[in-house]
Write a protein that binds this ligand. Structure first.
Ligand code: NAD
Length: 437
């Protein structure tokens, strides 16, 4: 990838388009509006709160990321969404039950109610546990064309200079990449023929890329993670990234597992189970959607611990992930981890984690950062897979043949070094010998 000569300024409005207007999407937009009105702080967001060190430690140059790279300001964001359920932003946020009605939703009710979702490209063939009346008809190709029109209309009606799209829709059933996902010709033919290998999330990704709109996938389903769309993104000069927002239990896994490995501590088993009662939990109660999620969650430990390289430490590890739909909990998930590790002379030890987690609270700042960073990538002339955004995903999308990097600390370093690279600053190696000359 070439270093950009010049980054276009972040002028004008950025439209953030969200397929899926449920818990994560409404928590995200309600949060941004509350921050804009001075009612909240952007906790959890790197673009808003994190600093970046430039030069040597003794140079004492650590600006905020948002002061270092040209990012669009929160005041310039406008939001659009699609959902088969036609609740406006206020009704949907109330049902999601993440944010408190009195303290967080009612003060911005006018704003939330003003956002009505557009008709979704949706089919219960791909998400079995929910349905709604607010959806497009016609074959898949016609629906993709309608999505493209929605995008253009939204841009014009809202006076946007640029757009980004972030999939916040439900997890679709497990699909493997196949022949229809190889070339534009086979993909478009499959859309014309309503082929079952083309899921709705692929139609949104296709529409976004065709319209020159950067795309990120917050769920584990394939969506843009197929050869045809990766290639199309490069040809059209559009950045893409995915998959599956890294929150909750997997976030903890990618924080802890690198620690065990750096100390050469062995792992014999990691058992993870969750209860959650939101709409996402209900969708994941379907075995076919759960399979998509499971694949995404399981790959993390394998890659971080590299059992092939360390068979004595990780060759026999048993890794199990369960998600249980339990309605009384709503969005307040509880995740238990039992971790069996071993050390010197093979003596076993156990670690127990009980994470009383709020998934959408962890996911919302990820949506914000992805929107701002993808817009930065677009203005910098980057296209195709943006590996530097791996930090935000459970299953980072990578070039074919390249294994993904899951270690959150490496991902964080990679993200910040990419920002330094974009701004033509020296990259950080943490070598440190220069201080001892
Ligand atoms: N909450 C988290 O922390 C988290 C973490 C990682 C991934 N995710 C994923 O993000 C997605 C959203 O999570 P959520 O908690 O907001 O779920 P949610 O069920 O509250 O919202 C998803 C919304 O997507 C809509 N939808 C489904 N298919 C659609 C389509 N084809 N077009 C438009 N809308 C569609 C549904 O009607 C629903 O309103 C899920 O796939 C979830 O697995 C969430």
């Amino acid at each position: 990838m070439k270093q950009p000569h010049q980054i276009q300024p972040a002028e004008g409005k950025l439209g953030v388009l969200l397929p899926g207007f449920g818990a994560v999407a409404t928590t995200f937009i309600a949060g941004v509006e509350s921050i804009r009105r001075g009612l909240a702080e952007p906790f959890g967001s790197l673009t808003q709160m994190n600093t970046i060190r430039l030069g040597k430690r003794t140079d004492e140059m650590t600006p905020l990321i948002k002061d270092f790279v040209p990012l669009v300001g929160l005041e310039d964001l406008v939001f659009g969404a699609w959902d088969p359920i036609c609740d406006d932003g206020y009704e949907s946020a109330l049902k999601a039950g993440v944010l408190q009605k009195d303290s967080h939703l009612d003060p911005i009710r006018d704003f939330l109610s003003s956002i009505q979702p557009m008709k979704a490209s949706f089919s219960t063939d791909y998400v079995k546990k929910l349905d709604g009346p607010h959806k497009k008809s016609g074959n898949k190709r016609e629906q993709a064309e309608e999505l493209r029109q929605d995008i253009r209309r939204f841009k014009e009606e809202n006076g946007c200079d640029r757009l980004v799209m972030i999939w916040c829709g439900s997890t679709e059933i497990f699909l493997r990449p196949g022949p229809t996902h190889e070339t534009l010709e086979s993909f478009e033919k499959a859309m014309d023929e309503d082929d079952e290998s083309i899921a709705p999330s692929m139609l949104y990704a296709y529409a976004a890329i065709m319209e020159g709109v950067p795309y990120a996938n917050g769920a584990p389903n394939l969506s843009a993670d197929i050869p045809v769309l990766e290639q199309l993104a490069i040809e059209r000069g559009v950045p893409i990234s995915g998959k599956d927002f890294k929150t909750g239990q997997t976030l903890m896994k990618t924080i802890l597992a690198p620690g065990f490995k750096t100390r050469m501590l062995g792992l014999s088993g990691w058992f993870s189970t969750n209860i959650l009662g939101n709409r996402d939990g209900e969708v994941l109660d379907d075995p076919e959607s759960f399979k998509t999620k499971e694949e995404s969650k399981l790959s993390v430990l394998e890659q971080i611990l590299q059992p092939n390289m360390y068979p004595e430490l990780y060759g026999d590890m048993y890794h199990k992930v369960r998600i249980n739909y339990y309605p009384p909990r709503g969005d307040n998930k509880e995740g238990w981890d039992n971790i069996d590790i071993f050390g010197w002379l093979g003596y076993p030890m156990q670690i127990k984690i009980d994470f009383l987690c709020r998934d959408s609270i962890l996911a919302a700042p990820i949506v914000l950062d992805l929107a701002l960073f993808l817009d930065l990538a677009m203005r910098s002339g980057l296209s195709g897979i943006q590996e530097w955004l791996s930090f935000y995903f459970k299953s980072p999308q990578t070039a074919p043949g390249l294994y993904p990097e899951h270690d959150i600390f490496i991902q964080h370093w990679k993200l910040k070094n990419t920002l330094r690279w974009l701004m033509k600053e020296d990259m950080l190696t943490h070598l440190g010998v220069e201080y001892y000359d």
